[in-house]
Design a protein around this ligand. Sequence first.
Ligand SMILES: Nc1ncnc2c1ncn2[C@@H]1O[C@H](COP(=O)(O)OP(=O)(O)OP(=O)(O)O)[C@@H](O)[C@H]1O
Ligand SMILES: Cc1cn([C@H]2C[C@H](O)[C@@H](COP(=O)(O)O)O2)c(=O)[nH]c1=O
Length: 201
Amino acid sequence: MVLRGKFIVIEGPDGAGKTTQSKLLSQFLHSKGIKYLYTREPGGTKTGDKIRDILLNPESKISNMAECLLYASARAQLVNEIIQPALNEGTWVIADRYLHSSIVYQGMGLDLGIDIVEDINKIATTGLMPDVTFLIDLDTNTSLGRINRSKDRIESRGEVYFRKVREGYLNLAEKYGMIKIDGNKSVEEISLELIKNIPLK
Ligand SMILES: Nc1ncnc2c1ncn2[C@@H]1O[C@H](COP(=O)(O)OP(=O)(O)OP(=O)(O)O)[C@@H](O)[C@H]1O
Ligand SMILES: Cc1cn([C@H]2C[C@H](O)[C@@H](COP(=O)(O)O)O2)c(=O)[nH]c1=O
């Protein structure tokens, strides 16, 4: 019998350091001889990458509910095509964002409501939940200050929206059993904290 792979999610506001930490965690799993794959959202499949282009393009006109459903559609494809098959064959998955992002950015940030976003995403993911979820928490000024490229459609929403996003994550952390990590720490310190909490057994 093949042992199911572990599903690890790294969450947090834009610029918190998720991608940096995903790479370091990937290196750690590789050093342990663990087969893994990395996903980022939205995207990670051909269909999902097309949806990503629509969602992040500043020219796109998208209603709040359409935005929520597009993120959920990309996620449904990612779970069906990549994540669930990988876990079933024993491969670990490191996910740079998962449904928590939708609850926070669309449910709280856009005021669509937590319940409806949770319901939509339960359907989209067939109820698949992570084994471990990390929340890299960082104050809004610092996290936005770390984005040094042209801003996409979501990033252009400005400070008030991103304060709601940060607060949203902090409010959601307990309900979803997220392991909160201080994003002000050094890259190396954060990486060690993640590794400490990885369920190797
Ligand atoms: N602990 C840290 N201390 C200082 N700078 C950091 C730290 N972690 C990451 N950075 C830097 O902050 C910037 C954003 O990091 P990264 O791309 O990993 O964040 P992210 O959470 O994936 O962002 P996004 O959600 O916008 O893709 C990068 O320039 C990265 O080098
Ligand atoms: C999954 C997901 C993402 N978002 C937002 C968060 C970011 O602003 C972008 C993704 O860009 P990244 O640089 O790859 O982090 O999309 C969202 O609003 N809702 C979601 O479900």
